[in-house]
Structure formats: C-alpha cells, structure tokens
Design a protein around this ligand. Sequence first.
Ligand SMILES: [Zn+2]
Length: 263
Amino acid sequence: MAERDGGLLLFLTGAGISAESGIPTFRGPEGYWRVGSVNYRPQELATFQAFSRMPDVVWGWYLYRRGVCRHASPNAAHLAIVRAEERLGDRFHLVTQNVDGLHLRAGSSLARTYAIHGMIDFFRCARECTAETYPIPDALPLDWAKDRLPTPEERARLRCPRCGADGRPHVLFFDEYYDEPRFHCESAQRKALEASALVVVGTTGLTNLPMRIGAIAAQRRIPVHVVDLEPNPFVEFAEVTGGEFLRGPAGSLVPELVERLVG
Ligand SMILES: [Zn+2]
C-alpha cells in the first residue's frame, strides 16, 4: 500500500464523484440553452468555434453553470481525498476531469490538484497572450438565471488583465487539445509514472488523457482501484493489476478505501 512502501498515491476523478453533490453532467437536457428561438445543445456550445462566433451565448451558459457548481457542496468522497492528502503530503496527487471546483472547496491543495479540463471559476485570455488564469470577478452574480446573457459591462469585467482582449472560460472545449501550461497534461502523465497505486473515481474514461493514465498504471502493474456505479474501461486495468472494482456510490466507498490505503 502507498502508506507502507512510501510511494505516491494518485487519484483520478470524474463527473461521478460530483453527481452525489447534485452537479449534473450538462451533457443532457439540463445543459440545453435557449437564445431567442434557438435551442443549443451542450456539445454545440462547449467549442472554441461556438465561442468565436457567439461569445455572449457561450459565456452566459458557463456563468449559469458556474452558479450551479457554487451552490453545490463537496461530499464525503471529496473530503476523504482531502484526508489522504493531509496524511501523505507530497506522496499524494490528484488529477480531476471536473471543472466544478469541489475538490478545492473541500480543501484539496491547488499545488497537488491538476484540473485537466480547466476550472469553471476561472477565465483566461482568449487571444492566449499568456497561460495565466484569473478568478471570475465577484461582481458577476452566482444566481445566474437560465438562458441569461452577460451585459456589455459584465463582459468588460472578463477582459484579459494583461492585454485587454476578450476573456474566455478556462475550460477545455471539445474542439481543443490538452496541453501542459494550461491543463498539466504532461505532469499528470508523469505522476502516473511515479505512482505506486492509482484510485479512479467516477470517470467513464471517454477522454484520452484519463485513459492514458490508466494504461500507464496497467503497464507498470501498480494496483488500480476503481470506484463507480457501473463497470467502465478502467475495470480491466483493475483486473490485470491485482487491484479492485468497488461498485457503488463514491460517498460511502471512497472514505472506506482511503481509510484502508492510508489510515
Ligand atoms: Zn491577453
């Protein structure tokens, strides 16, 4: 176990860990966004192409989602991961696909958390004059009504502080690629090469960086522990590494697992 052999314990989390906090995936009807008579689907809005064409519409959708995320609270699984970090210090790392900010609000440190799909509470320069990210200013309300667009004054608050260009949500759009300066892509894989165990919580492995992390763990034969409501591609990694598949809700299974691994 990570605690005994002095190795690194790596966590990889996805939407399933936040579902118990009431955060929808925004891929279904709850993500639909109406502007005038047009109804946009999430897959159409979360693209750089859509942002370039209709930045107000895309910003409105993200500011609404940011409000939904902020009104949710971290659950027992997020808190258990904080306890693992408290006990392991530098022998802990967290890679998350979630943009909701719940890990940081639970108490995970920014330094040991790689948000590989970005963070909904932050924006950055749309012209990419720097990889720097900035918190969305408090002046933008959290009680953002569904289908509301930002005013010109609100958009002005979201300009790049460095060059004055428009700001954009700090998220990885569907038509963009992972990179190191913004999304810690290489660092996340390096942690998978250093880890002595991997815990995968609530991710279906639909995107390629999480799957690569699982594959690295499987090649290195470090135990992969998978927590999910349903079987997913990571379960195969658990089987070949002598890890385990814990089927059920993260809120009860992750605290037990953390206790067992580092308690
Ligand atoms: Zn800029």
